[in-house]
Design a protein around this ligand. Structure first.
Ligand code: ZN
Length: 500
């Protein structure tokens, strides 16, 4: 086969894969948002079948051979060479798995999601436990097929953040623990920030109306390329750069929850939307790693969204929407409440300072589950013990404890640590952005998009063209250094709680 024929076959294959991926993505979004639950069994079987068809297309041996040639061909377009290299790795990682097992896993994960949802609604871990056990066993088996010298859990970590291992995460979390645990103790002992007004009654219909009229337009999230829905667990998904779907969740007694989940999820959506359109339909058209994705969403949520200038542009309108609840609250008091730190049990509602400890708990549990030191039986109790140990709180029930996160139901082990890593990446980007532009002025004057443009230019546009380390170096001029994150938190919380 000559090169032209090879490229033609490769492009046909890419198109077919992207068509199935699009269908599966839409079916997945539909399941999590609006699909009636009683139709699950019927839909899940057919979804698993489609996933199997995609598996067969992806693992076509002729394509694997073509990819092997293309990834080493110095004469072709470097973008295609990079695509071929990433595709070859992703194909090789699944080529070793028997198709029936792959399809069965897909089916199992859909059923496990339904079990998790029911368990969470009833706050009963025993409903989810047998599924979690099956998911872990299936994951161990599937990762076991891979031709890799890495230990099992490292293979999972590497899937979400290429190059990261448990050893590297241990070092990262070790540094965080050493400096943040004493800081959290000081903050807990200091005079507390008043945030009681955030938990008054805020009718959810009014929250939604404000989000649509003020917040989403400010964030530049428009209906031409994005859509927001509501779900139990907010998420973002997409089919291409001009079709990004996010969700949020409105809580009557917590006005902050939906606001920050909206800013967070649209941060993910902006990343996907800003990737160069020339990569659409290829493996390069996606955020480069989970850590980098979380760095963008958490950047928008925390570094931008919890700042005073952000609220100088938005607070008046929120106050008008809720005159009884916020009439006696100044913008400074509101922003202080947005940043108040208090050890709690729910990760997605945690403040920036205690957040990494929520992640540390999940990371320690995952390591234990795959090394055999922690068992699925009684995992709800193990969870509660770790919350007591690291955050000093008593988890009231399983819904607010082990069942709060959806990730394990789909077998996403190794993902959680990227949340903490992403937050730390964000601090380094934030420092650089502030050197290059007047971030406060942009936010205050309603020009949020100036910040998004900086992220697009330095991070988003590249998709997977460069790896996370290369992007960090290109954007900030140095390799990743968690020190910036720790310094940011120390400075912010020392000031907010008058610790010096
Ligand atoms: Zn996220």
């Amino acid at each position: 086969m000559n090169k032209e024929e090879m490229l033609k076959k490769y492009n046909d294959w890419k198109f077919r894969c992207s068509a199935y991926e699009m269908a599966l993505s839409i079916i997945g979004i539909d399941k999590l948002t609006v699909a009636p639950p009683d139709g699950s069994a019927y839909r899940d079987e057919r979804t698993a079948y489609l996933a199997g068809e995609l598996f067969s297309i992806r693992t076509d041996p002729e394509i694997a051979e073509i990819l092997k040639v293309l990834k080493n061909d110095e004469t072709i377009d470097p973008d295609i060479r990079k695509e071929a290299e990433l595709n070859f790795k992703s194909v090789s990682d699944i080529l070793c798995i028997p198709k029936e097992e792959y399809v069965a896993f897909r089916h199992l994960s859909d059923q496990a999601y339904d079990a998790w949802y029911e368990a969470k609604t009833k706050s009963d871990y025993s409903i989810f436990e047998p599924y979690l056990k099956k998911i872990i066993e299936a994951r161990k088996k599937m990762y076991g097929y891979r031709d890799s010298a890495l230990p099992l859990y490292d293979r999972m970590l590497d899937d979400y953040e290429p190059g990261m291992t448990a050893e590297k995460y241990d070092e990262f979390f070790g540094k965080l623990k050493e400096r943040l645990v004493p800081l959290i103790r000081k903050v807990t002992a200091a005079e507390q920030v008043d945030e009681s007004f955030a938990f008054r009654s805020y009718p959810t219909g009014l929250q939604k109306a404000w989000t649509e009229k003020q917040l989403l337009p400010y964030l530049g999230f428009t209906k031409n390329w994005g859509y927001q829905n509501e779900t139990e667990h907010p998420f973002t998904s997409w089919t291409c750069q001009n079709d990004c779907r996010t969700t949020t969740k409105y809580l009557e007694n917590n006005v902050m929850s939906s606001i920050f989940s909206t800013i967070h999820e649209t941060g993910h959506a902006w990343y996907e939307h800003n990737i160069s359109p020339k990569y659409d339909g290829s493996i390069l058209s996606s955020g480069v790693s989970s850590g980098m994705h979380e760095s963008q969403s958490r950047f928008c949520e925390n570094y931008l969204g919890r700042s005073l200038p952000f609220w100088e542009a938005n607070y008046e309108s929120l106050q008008k929407q809720f005159p009884e609840q916020l009439g006696d609250v100044t913008v400074e008091q509101f922003v202080n409440a947005c940043n108040a730190s208090e050890p709690s049990f729910v990760r997605t509602e945690a403040d920036e300072l205690t957040y990494p400890l929520h992640i540390l708990i999940r990371y320690e549990i995952e390591k234990g589950l795959f090394s055999g030191e922690i068992s699925v039986e009684g995992l709800d109790q193990t969870w509660n013990e770790m919350y007591k140990k690291f955050l000093g709180v008593d988890v009231p029930n399983a819904a607010k404890g082990i069942l709060q996160d959806v990730h394990w139901s789909s077998g996403d082990f190794g993902y959680f640590p990227t949340y903490a890593l992403g937050s730390a990446f964000g601090a380094q980007f934030y420092r650089q952005m502030r050197k290059e532009m007047d971030v406060d002025e942009a936010l205050r004057s309603g020009n949020y998009l100036a910040c998004i443009s900086w992220l697009k230019e330095h991070i988003h546009q590249y998709g997977c063209r460069y790896n996370a380390d290369e992007i960090m170096r290109m954007a900030t001029g140095e390799p990743f250094d968690p020190e910036y994150y720790i310094e940011y938190l120390e400075e912010k919380y020392t000031k907010l709680y008058h610790l010096d």
